[in-house]
Write a protein that binds this ligand. Sequence first.
Ligand code: SAM
Length: 187
Amino acid sequence: MGTIKKSLAFAQELIRGVLLPGEHAIDATAGNGHDTVFLSSLVGRKGLVWAFDIQEKALLNTAKRLERKGLRQRVRLIQQGHERMATYVPGPVGAIMFNLGYLPGGDHTIVTQPDTTIAALESGLKLLRPGGIITLVIYTGHPGGKVEGVRLEKFSSTISPRSYHVLSYRFLNQQNHPPYLLAIEKR
Ligand SMILES: C[S@@+](CC[C@H](N)C(=O)[O-])C[C@H]1O[C@@H](n2cnc3c(N)ncnc32)[C@H](O)[C@@H]1O
């Protein structure tokens, strides 16, 4: 790609611009751990990442990836739904990443669900510090993904513009349902 980045790369660029060493961050969907590695590199040795997933396999994959990179100490791995994040994370956090859908290489029928994703997003908005950012990468190629995207857009468009900036970032002319991004910045 040229100067226009794919959704996940653009989400990372936004987060790189705001997440500071020593801060806390949340990976709401740990999966295979790529985003957990990314966030834990940014928060540094004194920071902390809270990583959630409902599947043991995902957390094992994430733990392995973190260990290989020497980052395991900076991460709390929690086998719970992200809708329960406020029970675990005291906040404030500088960034929260959601990468929705199914675990690549895993069971494709276990996917994020609109109700719990929106509940997690509501918690996340409260945990975010001013200037902090939430990114949601949304996949519409699997059953339910499109509905989840529409529900998230509807919810996000009701968020107070006095308190948050909400951005939608998507390609309008690509084939095969490319993922798209919603990003929310706390003012
Ligand atoms: C697309 S994958 C995440 C990929 C991951 N960020 C990475 O870098 O490899 C989506 C993950 O969300 C998880 N998931 C589904 N429902 C969840 C929930 N309620 N809370 C937390 N994780 C959930 C799935 O188990 C799956 O592992």
